[in-house]
Design a protein around this ligand. Sequence first.
Ligand code: GTP
Ligand code: MG
Length: 218
Amino acid sequence: MHKISKFRVTDVIDKDSLRNGKDLFSKQIFFVKGVVDVSGLPKDGRVEVCFAGRSNVGKSSLINALTGRRSLARTSNTPGRTQEINFFSLGETNYLVDLPGYGYAKAPINKVDRWQALLRSYLSSRASLRRVFLLIDIRHGIKPPDEELITLLNKVAVTFQVVMTKCDKVGSKSVKQVLDNTRKHLELQPTAYPEILVTSSIKKVGVDFLRAKIADIE
Ligand code: GTP
Ligand code: MG
């Protein structure tokens, strides 16, 4: 018998959540600081969500799409653009956190080690971190460096939600294949949030859903 996956793709969100998302993201948004060492993290206590994923997957672009600000977070064609943990203040209650990417083979090894260590210590020690949005390029699906991060998140018991990016780049047939594979993968992960979002920052697909998901986090 075909087993129905508990991992559904979010294709509808109730009106209240959508409104809450819109309201939250109409509040004041500004860059707080870039952190290169966990000792520099801002005082915690807000509802904090971060955006993690391979270099170039579209983390910074998604933050810009969410906030409706074209260059709040710096983006680039060249992988390895974001090199610090960047904190953005949203209203008086939330932080959005843009992380450096991983899995970029061409970055100098000492830099990679430093980013990885910083990422790991942030993800495993930040008490107010409510959810990691794990961005996956919809053309590529989950890759070994993502698996490594998922292993860490399972270990430190931080919930992560998969957000597929760049859906404007693919047709519906390959989307189905990647989503099926992603679901299979997530079934085995204890800290995976059971909904997958499909987004495009360029075409603004799924961005209102993501705002609503963030606003729903208590
Ligand atoms: P690092 O900071 O290097 O880890 O990268 P990042 O994950 O922050 O990626 P970034 O937002 O800088 O985007 C990388 C490239 O992908 C840029 O050229 C973006 O314009 C492009 N990009 C991001 N989102 C989308 C999208 O939804 N669709 C398309 N077609 N391109 C996108
Ligand atoms: Mg970036």
